[in-house]
Design a binder for this molecule. Structure first.
Ligand code: PHE
Length: 443
């Protein structure tokens, strides 16, 4: 199945030994769920965009998914050995070209255009990952950024200019935990060569208030949805919305944070953000700028907002799913239209021991075995008929030292009842491909 060239949205790309993107993934590029009218991913985008109005913010929603390694990683300061660059995690078109793994891939280009004080980018992003109800190899992100030009601010007083902008933003009465100081010398450093603490305090406050505003907007809609679904029921005491800021790390921001929302008993991470690294502005020929950026996962938010229990549903073309969503002014809870039985099947195999590396080129030596390769084989064969894939047993032979793994695959359609024969047939193909592609030995 290796072709010399790949055709993607009218452009042709050469392939090479790095190429690892399957046709099944390429076939999802034209779907553009974030632009499909009334689709929950699109409604979520609209809701968040409404918090970042023009002309301050320009909205970019049609940037190509095919980007260079330089755009996706180098321009953002990812070190050469960053795990995100691995073929086990990222879809390569060829050695220099990938399907973007995040919307930040476009930051440098948009900074260079220097066309506005802010922007959002919404787009499909691609990552090789686990198979379960909250992971899909294609999902959508919205990136947002805001910056201020020192040269355009009276007296160059950035801190005051940012605080003035902050003062014009609406307040909210959301309960926010934010226990850490804005910067920490080790964990979350100030870019001391470029910024004063006062400036970064102001930028961080503007960033946090902007994103807290997004959460307030989203969750007041979710609450309306819940109330509409349940009717006025005084016995249901809705918990007050709680959010917290936690320190984080990204190669292209410092200091950095994640925002977590307390939802049905758990803290859920919904976005990453921080103060943009000055090198990005310097390399984009806007060295006098200072500002922030964030990236939010749209499916993650949409699942909370619409109570959608399985990420595969977003890709459904079934009217019983799509017809449930209308406009941002009418957010409603998803109602399951069918629940079909799960069908579990196990596959157990030995990894090749590293000494028996005859046959060359295969990636299933215990050292280079990567679980995402199993996940992809299952996805290519089972498509959206697989709900999740879980490692259920791991075992090392005491004498030979060989390692054995057992994965449990849950075959379940969201739309219809599958027959046992159908699941068996797929499972047989999975077993065959594991041997063929990974060189494992079935047990
Ligand atoms: N691109 C980051 C991610 O995908 C999120 C992010 C965007 C973080 C912008 C900081 C600034 O995880």
């Amino acid at each position: 199945d290796s072709q010399p060239e790949l055709e993607i949205e009218g452009s042709t790309y050469r392939t090479d030994p790095w190429t690892n993107v399957p046709q099944s993934i390429l076939s999802l590029i034209p779907r553009r769920l974030h632009l499909q009218p009334s689709h929950p991913v699109s409604l979520t985008r609209e809701l968040i965009e409404s918090r970042f109005p023009s002309p301050t913010y320009i909205h970019h929603n049609d940037l190509s998914a095919v980007v260079t390694v330089a755009q996706n990683f180098d321009s953002l300061g990812f070190p050469a050995d960053h795990p995100g660059r691995n073929r086990s995690d990222t879809y390569y078109i060829n050695q220099d070209t990938v399907l973007r793994t995040h919307t930040s891939a476009h930051e440098a280009d948009i900074f260079r255009q220097n066309a506005s004080e802010g922007y959002t980018i919404s787009a499909d992003v691609y990552r090789r990952d686990a198979v379960d109800r909250s992971h899909y190899p294609v999902f959508h992100q919205m990136e947002g950024a805001r910056m201020w030009d020192r040269g355009k601010v009276p007296g160059g007083d950035i801190a005051k200019a940012v605080r003035d902008d902050l003062a014009r933003m609406p307040k909210h009465d959301l309960e926010v935990e934010d226990p850490n100081p804005t910067v920490d010398p080790e964990r979350n450093p100030l870019q001391a060569k470029h910024h004063s603490l006062e400036e970064v305090e102001a930028v961080a406050a503007h960033l946090k208030r902007s994103l807290e505003g997004v959460v307030v907007e989203l969750f007041s809609k979710a609450k309306q949805a819940a109330a509409a679904a349940n009717g006025p029921d005084p016995s249901i005491q809705e918990e007050p919305l709680k959010v917290r800021w936690v320190e984080a790390y990204f190669p292209f921001t410092s200091p950095s944070w994640e925002l977590e929302v307390f939802w049905q008993g758990d803290w859920l991470e919904i976005l990453g953000c921080g103060v943009t690294k000055q090198d990005l502005y310097i390399n984009a020929d806007i060295p006098n700028h200072i500002g922030w950026a964030f990236g939010v996962g749209l499916e993650r938010v949409a699942m909370l907002l619409f109570s959608i229990p399985d990420i595969r549903l977003f890709w459904s073309r079934d009217k019983r799913f799509l017809s449930q969503f209308t406009t941002v002014d009418n957010i409603n809870r998803y109602k399951s239209f069918s629940k079909h039985p799960a069908c579990y099947k196990d596959v157990a195999f030995w990894l090749r021991s590293s000494s028996s590396s005859a046959g060359g080129g295969l990636r299933s030596n215990a050292q280079d075995f990567h679980e995402n390769d199993v996940m992809e084989i299952v996805r290519i064969i089972g498509g959206d008929l697989v709900e999740d894939v879980r490692l259920v047993d791991e075992f090392q032979h005491p004498v030979s030292g060989r390692k054995s793994l057992c994965y449990r695959i849950n075959y379940r359609s969201l739309e219809r009842t599958m027959t046992n024969e159908e699941a068996n047939e797929m499972h047989e193909s999975v077993r065959g491909e594991l041997v063929k592609k990974l060189g494992v030995e079935l047990r």
